[in-house]
Design a protein around this ligand. Structure first.
Ligand SMILES: [Zn+2]
Length: 515
């Protein structure tokens, strides 16, 4: 088996990823934590590119015969609007989302979190991303975060102010080792305060100190703690949940490049101050994604979600991006660029991916039919397909070189279709083709959805938004099938829920009727 080479953003070197533990029978166990999204809206395709990188790490590890413990969290409290530039400043993104236009349809902030978490999980499955071993939520680990805050105060790494509890950065000399940012200026506190009316806590002992706990008895989500009512700081959840599920030292920690500082720097400080051990032995960061050469933003209208591209307009898809695509074509499009480079997502990339996707499906159909036909004859595919798979695996082990891996996969698909066009495949050749497609699918996830997990039944307590979205999808299906009586019946059901549906050029929108 080849080494799994991965660029490590801590040592700034490409070096083998090496699991530190083995099971009793000698199987290496990779312990991997990848930061998930804040569920205040639909995750965009840039977020999903980062989750796809994590998915590929898991798939390569499995291809090498490793066991994987993979944790990816859901942030549903404590991530403030200004957290990226000045610690613990601004407003909780969840509360802000509830007040926004999209927030009108949610009963409360918990309903909003539930809806976007369910949407995240659905999009995750649509893109054929491996389920994490654990998907912990910040709001379900507040007790652990309070205990960690108390421990950090006890160890002299944190202190209390009128406003909260802060980690004291000078108490941790290694601060800055991941990002190279060691000075207060890099937090941009001054500029942020000047330009965004950010409130800086006067009692902070160092401008770099960051919040472990925010006191806020007026906050929409709050818990009781020895420091008063409030909520945990954003950075704390990941340190605490990673150590809880994976141990004090993990093999690999990942996320989008925007998380490297301050989020991951703060995670290291908290975790290492708590345990006295190195937190993560290897770090991986995915570069950002552009859409048609521009940064994604709601203002530019180029903010793309998975459903924007894969759902029909009736179910929330974007008409201006053409007909909805197969989610696996979107996955293929995102694989066209290496995670180490910024990726420019374009209409052309999506179109090319759709074409390749059709060829892959055709190869799968050819293999299946030839297997069923059971023709006698030789197998000229075994050698070339073994080579194509080995090349794909080698490319993935070379710092997740997805363009090379895709090229190898397409060579294999081309070989299957070429052989088929010469003459119908023998059963032996069909077995080689099917085996190749299975292995390529396990490695890259581009042939078919692997775990078509049954949709969980909607629990009674589930939010209005989730119910309505499910009905809208059913209505879109009924309309596509020209089953007008059924579409009308679903509309009546939506009416009964007190929901107003509007069909617009940007897709179907809805809101709670104001009574
Ligand atoms: Zn995180």
């Amino acid at each position: 088996m080849p080494d799994f080479l991965l660029y490590d953003s801590l040592t700034r070197q490409t070096r083998p990823l090496v699991p530190s533990e083995r099971t009793a029978d000698g199987t290496p166990v990779l312990r991997f934590y990848s930061c998930g999204p804040t569920v205040y809206s639909y995750a965009h395709i840039g977020n999903f590119r980062t989750f796809l990188t994590a998915d590929l790490v898991v798939r390569v590890a499995e291809a090498l015969g490793w066991a994987v413990r993979y944790v990816s969290n859901v942030t549903d409290v404590g991530h403030l609007t200004e957290d990226d530039v000045a610690d613990a400043a601004g407003e909780d993104r969840m509360a802000k989302a509830l007040r926004s236009k999209e927030g009108e349809r949610f009963a409360n902030v918990w309903d909003l979190a539930r809806h976007y978490t369910a949407a995240l999980e659905a999009d995750w499955r649509a893109l054929n991303l491996r389920e994490p071993t654990v998907r912990p939520r910040a709001t379900e680990h507040v007790r652990e975060q309070i205990l960690a805050t108390e421990a950090l105060v006890r160890k002299g790494h944190a202190y209390e102010t009128d406003d909260g509890v802060y980690f004291h950065v000078p108490s941790f000399p290694d601060y800055g080792k991941l990002s190279g940012n060691t000075e207060a200026e890099q937090l941009d506190v001054g500029a942020a305060a000047a330009s965004r009316a950010v409130v800086v806590d006067e009692q902070k002992r160092d401008p770099r100190d960051f919040a472990l706990w925010k006191k806020d008895p007026g906050h929409l989500m709050q818990w009781h703690s020895p420091f008063g009512w409030g909520f945990p700081g954003w950075h704390l959840e990941c340190s605490v949940m990673a150590q809880q599920y994976l141990g004090e030292t993990i093999d690999l920690h990942g996320g989008g490049e925007d998380l490297r500082f301050p989020h991951h720097e703060c995670e290291i400080a908290q975790a290492e101050a708590l345990s006295g051990q190195p937190f993560a032995r290897h770090w991986i960061h995915t570069r950002f994604l552009l859409v048609e050469g521009e940064k994604m933003s709601k203002r530019l209208g180029n903010f793309l979600t998975v459903r924007d591209l894969t759902a029909p307009p009736e179910a929330g898809g974007r008409a201006d991006w053409g007909a909805p695509v197969d989610p696996l074509a979107l996955r293929l499009a995102l694989l066209q660029g290496s995670y180490r480079q910024p990726f420019n997502f374009t209409r052309k990339a999506l179109k090319d991916a759709q074409k390749q996707r059709q060829r892959i499906e055709e190869a799968a159909r050819v293999a299946e039919e030839a297997l069923a036909a059971g023709r006698e004859g030789e197998d000229r595919l075994a050698g070339p397909l073994r080579q194509a798979y080995d090349d794909a695996l080698a490319a993935m082990c070379d710092d997740l070189n997805t363009p090379e891996a895709l090229a190898a996969a397409y060579r294999g698909v081309g070989a299957v279709l070429g052989e088929h066009h010469r003459a119908p495949l023998s059963a032996a050749a069909a077995r080689s083709a099917a085996d190749f497609l299975d292995r390529i699918n396990a490695l890259l996830g581009i042939v078919r959805h692997e775990e078509v997990a049954a949709e969980p039944a909607q629990p009674e307590t589930d939010g209005l938004a989730t119910q309505v979205e499910a009905l809208l999808v059913q209505r879109a299906e009924a309309r596509a099938a020209r089953d007008w009586p059924r579409a009308d019946a679903i509309r009546a059901e939506l009416d009964a829920l007190g929901v107003e549906v509007m069909d617009t050029p940007e897709g179907t929108r809805w809101r709670r009727k104001i009574s």
